[in-house]
Structure formats: structure tokens, C-alpha cells
Design a protein around this ligand. Structure first.
Ligand code: ADP
Ligand code: MG
Length: 638
């Protein structure tokens, strides 16, 4: 019988109500239950009085020596005490608010006590107690600690796990080839599952865990590779007919020379597009490495092959910006580019959708709205998503259901180590832009305290006088009673008074779309010299003339986010600066400021960020698409 066919209700003592509770924890079958691994162990091994010291959490075995005594303190509080003989010494056991235990404590009975030891009084403040010889006893051993929610208690889960392992443990089968188990010196599966729940020692627990982590990552890779093999075999994708000389002409029409890295990545993408299966490629490249032009080349190729292309970006500001730069790039080639965002009026939307359906429009740029609500392409051949928008399996199937099998290129500016990328985004092929366009001057980064703000302003003034522009980022839009951090509205007012001869703009997510666009347009055209903004400019915004990025209350942002923000400058031929204004109190914030000042390398920063935050926080939960491992930890088990 296979354990994943046995419902958890077959385990003795698991009532229908508990079946429900376990279901909420994702446990339906006995197999699931066995794979509900503990994340650490608590030591309940019985200790000798001679080896414990004051303040320790200890477990002792003794015999009840005196009648228990209850001392009431008000209506709800109580103290229960009892003398216990341990190793020929009398100690006091003290329970708070457990008066109801009184009747259970019988003279002469053996008892196991766990709690905090107070040496001078020879007393234990008991947190858990059990009579030895009791069924399902939990004391006297290393006990597993499971992560729990809902009504399931640690004690109950431990007891039920022991029961389940006793009842069904003999059915656990090896699932890795003998050769791998031998070569990697792995614990056999049955032994490992028994031991991870109830190890004889911490060492045994970690050897068991190692085997289980190996198995989990191995199975994950198998699944991913199988999935990849299957989708590569599918031929329902589009085999774009792409003329290499057309791509070369396009490259020649650019205002700059492509980097070797860009050329390499473009050829990887074109190769995929020519294949008859759907491309699913991740392009990772540091901020400013020039991903947009790679997207443009791919879109150009799709259009030349007779298809339409789409570029999906996270914000309307970005969509607007890409529209403009694409119009510039593509107009000479007779390619028409349109825009669609969520804030279009009905008639604007209708018009653009009609162009799209008729095929008059070759490339559509937009926000998420672009793929979802009743948008119909005439013949969509390529979808590019820019910055942080990972196209999950779900969205790909939405496209399929529309009868579309476009190639998909996903671009991200949060580079992650290659091995991790393969795990996290295992179903994608990964291309990396590992080189910056030539002539970039490294951004100088400084971390300063708030009292130097005046000097920062003088510095901005100097740069503006030379024709440059600055961003000033704040965590909040407006003043908050709860948080003592800078907000855009106050700072905007303040800077308007300071820079009387210049224009200071304001940008945040609550402004109307038209206002945002107008402000961005004016900043792009240097009609605004200082832009006070929230992190809405974080992704993608490209104004090469801006050379100063000031980030107020920088300790409130994560490393990768700071790097993204910093990446808004250093995009042109002028030297650029990033100033982090922070009162870094915690160790982590100080560490972040240090990393930022030390390196401009996005890969390095992502690595440090991962270390500081752990993969869960790093990727975020919703959009990560990261698999949820039961035992494996992508960093610790790297
Ligand atoms: P990101 O990878 O952050 O999206 P962009 O595509 O916005 O970067 O490019 C950053 C800037 O670099 C843009 O102003 C772009 O025009 C410019 N750029 C891109 N490729 C090159 C190149 N090969 N040589 C010079 N400048 C380039
Ligand atoms: Mg970009």
C-alpha cells in the first residue's frame, strides 16, 4: 500500500475534527503527515542535578515526596508547589496557575518535570510535567518542534506522529536509486523519516535531514526537467522566420554599439524564437545593463517575422517611457507602437484594441491590463515582461486558452546567483547580461546622518548649476503620526523653498496618472531639476541626465531596492552620486549601508540581500513563484 493513498483518518486517535485541522496544515495523507518535518528539536533528555546550573531549562526525573499545596492569589492566579525527591535531594516543583493539577499529584509517584531551574532555592518553575510510564510520553527524549497554526498543539502533533509512525512506518519505501544513496552516503529513507521526527541525538537529526533535503531538491529538479523536456517537445509554439541581416540592420540603426553581452543574449533569444516550441526565457541583467534594447531587438524580430509583440511593464510611468523610446527606435523601420494602460478611457481603449485586432498595430506596450481583460491580438508572437513581473505557469495558460502560443521573454533587474536561478526559475532558460555598456563611470555612494542634509542640498545645487538633475526619494507620501520618517509632500514644500531658481517636482502613487506622466515628461525634458518621489521611480525609469540619487531614511529599504533606486543614475556620461541618508540603528541596516557603499555590482548585492533576508522575504511571497520546500532551505542548503 502506498502511503500517499492512505488517508490521515486511518491513524488511530485522529478524529474527523482533527482531520480537518490537519488539512488546514496541508496534511491529507499519511505520506503528507510523515513529510510534515520538524524544524528543530527540544531537549527533554533527563539530566543529573550535578550537571545543571541556575537559569537552565532542564528536565528532571523524580518521585513525589510531599502533599501538593495550592496558594491562591486572587481569582485567576495560583501557585502550586510540591516537594520532589531527585537523586537523593529534595527540590521544590512550582507551577503557576495550574492548581487543577493538585489532585493528580500522588505521593510516591514518579514524575518527569521540565522547566527553569533556580539553583539557590533548589526549585524548578515547571512548564511541562508528565508521569513516567504514561502512554505517548514526550519527556526523556529529544522532541521535535513543528511549525503550527490553528488549533493543533505541539503535544498533540507529537503524540499523533508517534502513533502514525508506529502504525505505518514500516510501509515507508526508498525512492532514490541505490546508486545515489550509496554515492552520496545518504541515510535510507525509512530510517531518515523515523529519525527526523525522533532522532537519538542532534547529529542523527541533521544526518536524517540531509537525506531528506537531498531527496526533496532531487525530486524538484526531476519535475522541472521533465516539464522542460515536455514543453520543448511540444511544437505548438511559433517558429519565427527571422532574417539575421534584418537584425544586423536594426542593430546598426541604434544610437550606440551593442555590448558583446547584449549581442550574445540577443542571439540566444533569436535562436529560441526560431524554434517551433514556446520560448520561456529569463533575461537577468543588472540595473542599467541595457535590457530594453534586447527586448526591442526581439520585438523587432517578431514583427519582421510577421507577428505582433507585446511589452508588459509594472507601472504606467514605465509604459509611457518605453512607448516613447520604442517609437523613436521603430518609426524608421515602419513599425507602429501603441500604448494600453488601465487608466485609458473607454473610447481610447476601443480605438487601440481595434488597431490591435486589425494588425495595424505591431507592438503594444502596457501594464498588466494588456494581457488580461478582453484584449485580442491579431497574431501575437512574442510577449516581453519587464522588471519583476514573472510570467507564471498560470498566466501562460491564460494565453494558451486564448489560442495563443507566444514566445515569452521575462526581464529582471534583480539578478540572482545562477544556481539559485535554476532552482527558483527552473522552468525557464536563463540568459545573463554580464556587462555594462562602455564608458559608464561607477556611481559613488555615500551614507550620511540626517544632520548633514544641508550639505547634501548644497551638493545638489552644485550639480544642478552644471545642468544635471536629482532624485530625492522618501519612504512615505505624506506625514504619518505613527512613523517618524520623511514624506514627499513636506520635503517637496521644503525643497521648493530652498531651490528657488529651479523647479522641484513631486511624484507618488496617489497622483492621477495624467499628473504622473506630465511630471515624468517634464523631468525627462529637464523642465524639472529636482524630483521628490516615492519608490515609484524604482523600476526602469531612464533619465540619463540625472546624476544624483538621494534616498531619505534609507534604512527603511531593502538592499535590492536601494540598488534599483541607485540604478536610476549613472546612466549617462556624467559622474553620478548616490547619497543614503540614514540613522542606521540596527545591525542589519548598518550592514546594508556598508554593502551599498562598497559595491555597485548587482549580483553581489543580491547575494548579500539574500543572506541578510532569507529567500522568503527576498523574493516576496506572492510573485516569487518559488517552490515551497518542506525541508530544504535554498540558502542554507545551497
Ligand atoms: P536596464 O537594463 O536597467 O533596463 P536600460 O535598458 O534602461 O537598462 O539601459 C540603460 C541606459 O543605457 C539607457 O539609456 C540605454 O539607452 C543605454 N544603453 C543600452 N545599451 C547601451 C550600449 N550598448 N551602449 C551605450 N548605451 C547603452
Ligand atoms: Mg529596464
Amino acid at each position: 500500500m502506498l502511503l500517499d493513498k492512505i488517508n490521515i483518518k486511518e491513524v488511530k486517535g485522529i478524529t474527523p475534527r482533527k482531520v480537518k485541522d490537519l488539512e488546514a496544515l496541508g496534511v491529507v495523507t499519511v505520506e503528507d503527515f510523515f513529510q510534515y518535518y520538524p524544524f528543530r528539536y527540544e531537549d527533554y533528555r533527563i539530566q543529573d542535578l550535578s550537571e545543571i546550573s541556575d537559569g537552565d531549562k532542564v528536565t528532571l526525573l523524580g518521585r513525589i515526596y510531599s502533599e501538593p499545596h495550592v496558594h491562591r492569589m486572587g481569582r485567576t492566579k495560583s501557585k502550586l508547589t510540591c516537594i520532589v525527591l531527585v537523586d537523593n535531594m529534595l527540590v521544590t516543583a512550582l507551577w503557576f496557575n495550574r492548581h487543577f493539577l493538585k489532585d493528580k499529584l500522588k505521593l510516591g509517584q514518579e514524575i518527569i518535570l521540565t522547566g527553569k531551574w533556580e539553583q539557590s532555592r533548589k526549585q524548578m518553575i515547571v512548564s511541562e510535567s508528565e508521569f513516567s510510564g504514561m502512554a505517548g510520553k514526550q519527556s526523556g527524549e529529544l522532541q521535535p518542534v513543528y511549525s503550527l497554526s490553528g488549533p493543533v498543539t505541539q503535544k498533540w502533533l507529537r503524540k499523533s506522529m508517534v502513533q502514525a509512525l508506529g502504525q505505518f512506518g514500516h510501509l515507508i519505501q526508498e525512492n532514490l536509486p541505490e546508486e545515489l544513496v550509496g554515492k552520496n552516503n545518504l541515510m535510507p529513507r525509512k530510517q531518515a523519516i523515523l529519525a527526523i521526527h525522533h532522532p537519538a541525538s542532534q547529529e542523527e537529526g541533521s544526518i536524517a535531514r540531509q537525506r531528506i533535503v537531498y531527496e526533496e531538491l532531487f525530486m524538484f529538479q526531476l519535475k522541472i526537467q521533465a516539464y522542460k523536456a515536455i514543453s520543448h517537445d511540444r511544437t505548438e509554439g511559433i517558429a519565427h522566420l527571422i532574417d539575421s541581416s534584418a537584425i544586423r540592420e536594426f542593430a546598426a540603426s541604434l544610437p550606440f554599439q551593442l555590448t558583446a553581452s547584449q549581442k550574445q543574449v540577443i542571439s540566444e533569444v533569436i535562436r529560441d524564437m526560431r524554434e517551433p516550441h514556446c520560448m520561456n526565457r529569463l533575461l537577468q541583467g543588472d540595473v542599467g545593463s541595457g535590457k530594453t534594447v534586447v527586448a526591442a531587438a526581439a520585438l523587432f524580430a517578431a514583427v519582421k517575422a510577421g507577428y505582433q509583440g507585446a511589452l508588459m511593464v509594472p507601472t504606467e510611468i514605465l509604459a509611457e517611457q518605453h512607448l516613447k523610446s520604442f517609437q523613436g527606435l521603430f518609426a524608421p523601420h515602419g513599425i507602429r507602437v501603441g500604448l494600453l494602460t488601465g487608466s485609458f478611457t473607454k473610447s481610447q481603449r476601443k480605438e487601440i484594441l481595434a488597431f490591435l485586432l486589425s494588425g495595424e498595430l505591431n507592438i503594444l506596450v502596457g501594464t498588466h491590463a494588456l494581457i488580461q481583460e478582453g484584449v485580442y491580438f491579431r497574431n501575437l508572437g512574442l510577449v516581453v515582461t519587464d522588471e519583476q513581473h514573472r510570467f507564471g505557469v498560470n498566466q501562460r495558460s491564460v494565453l494558451r486558452h486564448k489560442g495563443l502560443f507566444p514566445d515569452i521573454l521575462t526581464m529582471t533587474a534583480t539578478p540572482i546567483p545562477r544556481t539559485l536561478a535554476i532552482t527558483a526559475f527552473g522552468d525557464m532558460d536563463v540568459s545573463t547580461l554580464g556587462e555594462m555598456p562602455k564608458g559608464r563611470i561607477p556611481i559613488k555612494t555615500y551614507s550620511v546622518k540626517h544632520d548633514l542634509f544641508e550639505r547634501v542640498l548644497k551638493f545638489i545645487q552644485k550639480e544642478i548649476e552644471q545642468g544635471r538633475q536629482a532624485y530625492v526619494i522618501c519612504p512615505l507620501i505624506e506625514e504619518s503620526e505613527k512613523l517618524d520618517v520623511q514624506n514627499t509632500i513636506d520635503l517637496h514644500a521644503q525643497l521648493q523653498q530652498y531651490f528657488t531658481n529651479y523647479n522641484v517636482g513631486l511624484l507618488h502613487g496617489r497622483l492621477a496618472v495624467r499628473e504622473k506622466e506630465e511630471t515624468m515628461r517634464r523631468f525627462s525634458g529637464n523642465l524639472i531639476q529636482v524630483l521628490v518621489s516615492t519608490t515609484v521611480v524604482e523600476v526602469g525609469v531612464d533619465v540619463p541626465n540625472a546624476t544624483i540619487m538621494v534616498i531619505y531614511d534609507a534604512e527603511r529599504f531593502g538592499l535590492s531596492q536601494l540598488h534599483q533606486l541607485r540604478g536610476r543614475v549613472g546612466r549617462g556620461q556624467h559622474p553620478s552620486y548616490c547619497v543614503l541618508i540614514a540613522n542606521a540603528k540596527s545591525e542589519i541596516s548598518r550592514e546594508r549601508m556598508k554593502v551599498m557603499a562598497q559595491t555597485n555590482d548587482g549580483f553581489e548585492i543580491a547575494r548579500r540581500d539574500l543572506e541578510l533576508r532569507g529567500p522568503g522575504d527576498f523574493f516576496g511571497t506572492k510573485q516569487s513563484g518559488l517552490p515551497n520546500f518542506r525541508a530544504a532551505d535554498l540558502i542554507a542548503d545551497y
